[in-house]
Write a protein that binds this ligand. Structure first.
Ligand code: FMN
Length: 379
């Protein structure tokens, strides 16, 4: 089973992800992981910290001569502005953070909680996801995340192939799919920042080339929709997850929700096995299993909690009303969140792929994948 844990504090010495169950024989491109780390640090509206850090991954274990060994892989990202030992505690908890709840729960400091709750931790989730993407690429599965809405403004995607859309996203400072909208959205971020406020948004991730049958219908904790929802919801500041039509499905009659099934024999050797759908309202998953259509998943990110114009709080030493503390902070991290959601989705899809096709070696997985497609095409 593929899984990972992370360790590390926001201003501690390093962040670490321990990836367990990754198959042997996958050639790893470390630079490609660094590209994802840089994308996570980018996007318009980020604060000073992103200019201090230039994240790079150090793969500490599990690789020999550039390829995975099948043993645990330790990924490390050093914090260049390590200063945890010099930092003081806070006494005025920030609404929207774990400051108050964590300090009470652990009978401890606010600092002790915020250092771990911080989204800085997602640097190594992105590294783990980038590793997973390299496995998925061996099966021609691509994972593509972008910003669909920011601060209530919908960014209507332009038409194009996956490659064209990727080029647009990578050119956009917002990580959206419509460059004509960038200027107005940047203006909105600037204006909001000047007012001491922050913005959220909606991220979308599409996974293309997914074969039939990842995930299961049989048990609640192996249903792929459930696993994806947990992975996405567990990212800092994510407050909602939708698959396919999501909440919109609840508002329509069944005839306008469910995706009709057609058969095209000429495509039976591909991931769809020839079973084509004119729509993809299910977002590629039915009964917890992939149905050969792209997986489409959306996430709602709340605005950054730390406000330059702070909200009301209470000094937990004196119990007097005071403004919340202010720590250097982003105005908007929606673009970065799209990179993180892409990574955690990639990891879950890779896990489901390994569950279906075995995870000892890439070579065995590919042979079993090919055999499955052949058997299913003949069924
Ligand atoms: C990419 C990213 C960057 C973030 N940057 C900040 C930040 O600079 N300041 C802040 O107060 N919160 C930031 N957050 C949000 C907090 O980490 C998060 O809201 C907080 O830990 C509370 O967790 P919850 O929102 O999941 O309940 C960021 C979140 C993400 C995904």
């Amino acid at each position: 089973m593929l899984r990972y844990w992370t360790a590390g504090e926001s201003h501690g010495k390093a962040l670490i992800a321990l990836v367990d169950g990754f198959p042997a024989g996958v050639t790893i491109d470390t630079d490609a992981i660094d590209v994802e780390l840089r994308r996570r640090q980018g996007g318009y509206g980020r604060g000073g910290r992103q200019r201090i850090e230039t994240d790079k991954v150090d793969i500490r274990t599990g690789i020999w001569k550039g390829a995975t060994l099948g043993s645990p892989i330790a990924l490390e990202v050093i914090n260049r502005d390590y200063k945890l030992e010099r930092l003081d505690d806070l006494s005025r908890p920030r609404p929207g953070h774990g400051d108050l709840t964590g300090a009470m729960k652990y009978l401890g400091s606010i600092r002790g909680v915020l250092e771990r709750a911080s989204a800085r931790e997602t640097a190594v989730r992105v590294a783990a996801g980038a590793l997973a993407k390299q496995l998925l690429a061996e099966f021609d599965i691509t994972v593509f995340g972008y910003v669909a809405e920011l601060g209530g403004e919908v960014i209507e995607p332009v038409e194009g192939t996956l490659e064209e859309l990727r080029a647009i996203r990578d050119k956009s400072e917002i990580y959206g799919l419509n460059l004509d909208r960038d200027a107005a959205i940047k203006e909105l971020i600037d204006k909001t920042g000047k007012e001491g406020d922050t913005l959220g948004g909606v991220l979308e991730v599409r996974v293309e080339g997914v074969p039939f049958g990842l995930g299961t219908h049989a048990q609640w904790d192996t249903k792929l929709d459930g696993r994806l929802a947990q992975a996405v919801m567990a990212v800092q500041a994510i407050k909602g997850v939708e698959i396919g039509l999501g909440f919109e499905a609840a508002r329509r009659p069944g005839s306008q929700v469910h995706d009709p099934i057609h058969y095209d024999k000429s495509r039976r050797k591909g991931p769809t096995l020839g079973y084509e759908r004119p729509t993809n309202n299910a977002g590629g998953i039915e009964a917890g299993m992939t149905n050969g259509q792209p997986i489409v998943i959306r996430a709602a990110k709340k605005p950054i909690s730390t406000l330059a114009k702070p909200l009301a709080s209470v000094n937990i030493e004196t119990k007097e009303s005071e403004e919340a503390s202010y720590e250097r902070s982003d105005v908007c991290a929606v673009s970065a969140a799209s990179v993180i959601i892409e990574a955690v989705v990639a990891f879950e899809v890779a896990r489901a792929l390994i569950d279906k096709f075995g995870g000892d070696s890439l070579m065995e997985m590919q042979a079993r994948y090919k055999m499955f497609l052949e058997m299913a095409a003949e069924k």
